[in-house]
Design a protein around this ligand. Structure first.
Ligand code: SF4
Ligand code: SF4
Length: 509
């Protein structure tokens, strides 16, 4: 019988946890490893007991069990098969019938929309156009983010020649990959530290996200992009000057058109100080910037930030990929942005309404191609750099993005996976067993920033080597020479209109 006023749940567990009794030595490690308290030790039965309903398949227990005694499987018998009302639909209806609320989730969209990167193939040299051996010849991965001049003027009377053209401030990237915005609060202190150290070691940048920059990290400022979002959390003059670049965040791929949401459980004392908000309260950033309702307003903020940092740093704008993205980016360039970060609909988040995450926005592949085309047609492509993200999973995605027109890519989910994340999509609960999306000190202590930095550095090094291999196969010796070379891409299994927007030919042509 249910307690009066409390509705008993009808939602079956998503996963089944099985403990192999013969392998288990009752060390009880799994009971402390699970951030969601799904496992307990029963004295009565001298056994580990699993509460399947609490399991989120984060695999912490599976990984840490010294005897490999744990298996987590899909609870596939929960719902009768139905091609229309899938188990996800029914589970969501049941949850909403119980709560009457918006369904919250985390990380990127996991619905089965086509991934266009997987329908694009890269060219290679054969016979008359020789390839390059990256082991024996130099292969340049360096690139620059920021406004470029259309031409360079030199003083003809100088010896050696002196540059007369004044160059705008640019960020120098030794690899064409930056870490995307992930706020302190949504992720833990050790995550920020790992990203910061890895960015420094790899010659790239991490991005604060919308939560400000912890004082401890001001010394790493040469490798930090500081974000200024609608909530202005943690934004002050010193913070703006602490970054190598400033990014105005207008939108995010996982939740275009809405603000940020950091649940109160994740607003610890330290997070509250950094964000300049009360501890324990929900941090809700507004959907729009309340001072931006036009391109002119955006321009004012861009120039206010340039003024505040004495025109020494690039100021970029981050937007979500939406239907009219090409025209939006054209306006952003004209407003004075030195770079634009475009975040596709598969981009990750610490918390978002499921209905927005899974149904709003467009794929980054199409958005990037459309924006690059439009800026070229309007003759303003050199005035800005394009960083794209939202589902970059491997080095080949990076290479394809650059050939489609990006200057660099940003990664969030891939970086977190390198740190241990299993994409269980429960970041919004603040209970992350891997110490990543949590502020619980017992859990955050699990992530060693030194080891985290090493894992991230290894990932970027591995992607760099792979990128050099592919550049060699393409007969190209610099990543900047590949930018916008769509002739080196071909589509498979794509319709004509999609190929037209991507600006690539079908394979075989
Ligand atoms: S960690 Fe593994 S061996 Fe230890 S109690 Fe849990 S299931 Fe048993
Ligand atoms: S960060 Fe943690 S909670 Fe979020 S998806 Fe990854 S493992 Fe799950």
């Amino acid at each position: 019988m249910s307690t009066p006023g409390v509705m008993a749940t009808q939602v079956p567990p998503e996963f089944t946890v099985e403990i192999n009794e013969r392998k288990c030595v009752r060390c009880k490690r799994c009971t402390t490893e699970c951030g969601f308290e799904a496992l307990t030790y029963s004295r009565e039965y001298d056994a580990i007991v699993a509460d399947d309903a609490k399991c989120v398949a984060c695999h912490r227990c599976v990984t840490m069990c010294p005897k490999h005694a744990i298996r987590v499987t899909d609870n596939s018998l929960a719902y009768k098969a139905n091609a229309n009302f899938s188990d996800i639909h029914r589970k969501n209806i049941l949850k909403q019938a119980e709560t009457g609320g918006i369904l919250l989730t985390a990380m990127g969209c996991d619905r089965d929309y086509p991934v266009l990167w997987d329908h694009i193939l890269i060219d290679a040299c054969q016979v008359t156009n020789p390839s390059i051996d990256p082991l024996r010849e130099p292969m340049e991965l360096r690139t620059y983010i920021g406004r470029k001049p259309d031409c360079l003027e030199f003083d003809p009377d100088s010896d050696p020649l002196k540059l007369k053209t004044e160059l705008a401030p640019n960020l120098k990237l030794d690899v064409p990959v930056v870490f995307g915005g992930m706020s302190y609060g949504s992720v833990s202190y050790p995550v920020h530290k790992s990203l910061m150290l890895a960015a420094e070691r790899c010659g790239t940048f991490m991005n604060t996200g919308e939560g400000g920059l912890h004082r401890d990290f001001y010394r790493h400022k040469d490798h930090v992009i500081v974000q200024c979002a609608s909530g202005r959390f943690g934004v002050h003059e010193e913070y703006l000057n602490a970054g190598a670049a400033i990014e105005i965040k207008i939108g995010q791929g996982a939740k275009p058109g809405i603000g940020g949401h950091l649940p109160g459980e994740k607003v610890s004392e330290d997070v509250s100080k950094t964000r300049m908000i009360p501890a324990g309260t929900d941090a809700l950033s507004p959907a729009p910037h309340h001072d931006i309702y036009s391109i002119e307003d955006l321009s004012q903020l861009i120039y206010a930030l340039k003024e505040a940092t004495r025109y020494r740093k690039p100021v970029g704008v981050k937007v979500a990929a939406v239907h009219n993205i090409a025209a939006i980016c054209s306006g952003i360039v004209r407003a004075g942005a030195d770079y634009i970060s475009i975040d596709g609909f598969r981009g990750g988040t610490g918390a978002a309404p499921r209905v927005i995450r899974d149904n709003v926005g467009i794929p980054i592949e199409l958005a990037l191609a459309a924006v690059d085309d439009r800026l070229r047609q309007e003759g303003i492509r050199n005035q800005t750099s394009l960083i794209c993200g939202g589902g970059i999973r491997q080095s080949s995605d990076v290479i394809k993005a650059i050939a489609l027109g990006a200057d660099a890519v940003m990664i969030g989910t891939s970086a977190l996976v390198a740190l241990g994340c299993r994409v269980c999509q429960k970041c919004n609960t603040g209970k992350c067993s891997w110490g990543i999306a949590t502020q619980n000190p017992r859990l955050t202590a699990r992530l060693d920033p030194e080891e985290g930095a090493q894992r991230l550095t290894n990932l970027l090094n591995a992607w760099s080597h792979e990128t050099q291999e592919v550049l060699g196969a393409l007969g190209v010796n610099a990543i900047e020479s590949l930018r916008g070379s769509r002739e080196r891409l071909r589509g498979v299994g794509l319709d004509e209109k999609t190929l037209e927007i991507l600006g690539i030919k079908p394979a075989g042509r």
